[in-house]
Design a protein around this ligand. Structure first.
Ligand SMILES: Nc1ncnc2c1ncn2[C@@H]1O[C@H](COP(=O)(O)OP(=O)(O)O)[C@@H](O)[C@H]1O
Ligand SMILES: [Mg+2]
Length: 340
């Protein structure tokens, strides 16, 4: 009987409470984005305050809402967005960081593939090529840049001069910022959307980066809030995607590449990490071919890399003449060429 599935305003509201605003990450009802809910027979009309300026993101957001409302049994759903963006997500928030030429993201579809290892060594390799380099640890949930760069746990960033900006910490000739410099190491970090969005903004625009050729950003794994937030605050010159050699990683790479494509960020290429007898070889190159992005090279699975990461002296510094360091130098050269 139709009465069983009858759509009511309350049902729609409950449904909307489950939908998270894509940039801020809180549900759209709590954020006050829902202006009107109209139900006519089983058809739903929604009027929402717009929070997303980017037309593609907005279309995706609309589609998410429509699908959720259809899933509770509505026969149709129209979503109208008002023109004025709300809730602090300001489209004009995208602004250059004064003095910073290129922001390059290091991403992966899943964790543990060596993204931070690549970000650190890539940053240092670029530095060795003569570039001025910063490293931003955007892995808010599991910051490990401080340890990898050997920055002591009690070292805290200071305010830079009278500017009220935060001074990054220098390590091995590059400038770094990480939530690890601020958080209590004993406390697990639980972040809510708005706080996370704000933190990314502070790391980009409230840190005194100075003159940089490259700001390398170590992203958390996946395609979530941090990735979106980052692209809302700054123009990314490009992204590199790190993967392991197995073919099962294909889906993870696809997600990461698609995300950057949707955000209109150039994928500079794929790096295969942990190549060797354990995980095999060639998956990364194959993926690069499938997704038609450059293959930047592979990094072998070597205990040395982990030991260097743990000891705070990254491999390109600790073993500059090793094959691994040469691989990182090659990758850095390719990235520098791509972003001339
Ligand atoms: N090529 C490699 N050979 C050996 N160990 C590696 C290699 N790359 C990364 N590791 C180790 O694997 C673990 C996960 O690497 P990490 O860079 O933290 O990954 P992610 O940032 O993707 O989670 C770390 O202990 C790191 O030292
Ligand atoms: Mg990491």
């Amino acid at each position: 009987m139709t009465t069983f599935n009858k759509i009511t305003r309350e049902k729609v509201l409950d449904c909307l409470k489950q939908i998270r605003e894509p940039l801020v990450g809180e549900d759209i009802v709590s954020l006050g984005l829902v202006r009107e809910i109209e139900v006519d027979k089983n058809r739903v009309f929604l009027h929402l305050e717009s929070s997303v300026e980017d037309p593609r993101l907005r279309d995706q957001f609309r589609e998410t809402i429509i699908q959720s409302v259809l899933a509770i049994g509505a026969s149709g759903c129209d979503v109208h967005f008002s023109e004025k963006p709300k809730c602090g997500v300001n489209p004009s928030a995208i602004q250059p960081i004064p003095g910073v030429k290129h922001v390059v993201a290091v991403a992966s579809g899943k964790g543990g593939v060596g993204k931070s290892t690549v970000a650190v060594n890539l940053a240092l390799a670029l530095k060795k090529l003569g570039a001025r380099v910063g490293l931003m640890d955007a892995d808010i949930y599991g910051p490990n840049i401080p340890i990898m760069l050997g920055i002591p746990a009690d070292k805290k960033p200071e305010t830079a001069g009278q500017s009220e900006k935060i001074a990054p910490i220098d390590a091995h000739g590059i400038r770094a910022i990480s939530i690890g410099f601020f958080a209590d190491p004993e406390q697990p970090v639980i972040w809510r959307g708005p706080l996370l969005h704000k933190t990314i903004e502070q790391f980009l625009h409230r840190v005194e980066w100075g003159e940089l050729d490259f700001l390398v950003v170590d992203l958390p794994p996946g395609t979530g809030d941090v990735q979106l937030s980052l692209s809302q605050w700054v123009h990314l010159s490009g992204a590199v995607v790190v993967t392991t050699p197995q073919e099962v990683a294909l889906g993870d790479v696809r997600k990461a590449v698609n995300m950057f494509r949707q955000l209109e960020v150039t994928v500079l290429g794929v790096i295969e990490n942990m190549t060797g007898p354990v995980f095999g070889k060639g998956g990364g190159e194959k993926m690069a071919e499938v997704f038609q992005v450059p293959f930047l090279g592979d990094i072998p699975l070597e205990a040395q890399i982990r030991e260097c990461g743990d000891s705070g002296l990254p491999v390109v510094m600790g073993y500059p003449k090793s094959t691994i360091s040469e691989r990182f130098m090659k990758i850095a050269e390719a990235i520098r060429r791509a972003l001339k």
